[in-house]
Design a protein around this ligand. Structure first.
Ligand SMILES: [Zn+2]
Length: 83
C-alpha cells in the first residue's frame, strides 16, 4: 500500500471515500487532506480526512514531500523521487 494526498487538477472529478462513502470534488479533497492508497500504481482506495488513521495521515505527508506523482500511458500512478 502506498498512501499519498489526492492531487487531481480536474474539477469535474468527484471522489468517494472508500470507508464512509462521503463524496467531494477532487480539487477540494486534496486541500482537505483526503488520501489515495495505491498498489502497484493502481488506486485501490480513497480515504477522507475523517477516516484516516494517524499513521496513514503521516505517511501521506511524507510521500507528498518526497515523491512527485504522475500517470503513465496505462493509467497507473507512478512516483518519482523529488530531487
Ligand atoms: Zn471517510
Amino acid at each position: 500500500m502506498h498512501t499519498t494526498r489526492i492531487n487531481y487538477a480536474d474539477p469535474k472529478i468527484i471522489v468517494t471515500c472508500s470507508r464512509c462513502g462521503n463524496t467531494e470534488r477532487s480539487v477540494v479533497a486534496g486541500k482537505l487532506g483526503w488520501n489515495t492508497d495505491a498498489r502497484a500504481g493502481v488506486i485501490v482506495a480513497i480515504i477522507c480526512s475523517g477516516c484516516q488513521t494517524a499513521e496513514e495521515n503521516a505517511e501521506a505527508e511524507i510521500n507528498l514531500a518526497t515523491t512527485r506523482y504522475s500517470v503513465d500511458a496505462f493509467g497507473r500512478m507512478v512516483g518519482f523521487a523529488r530531487i
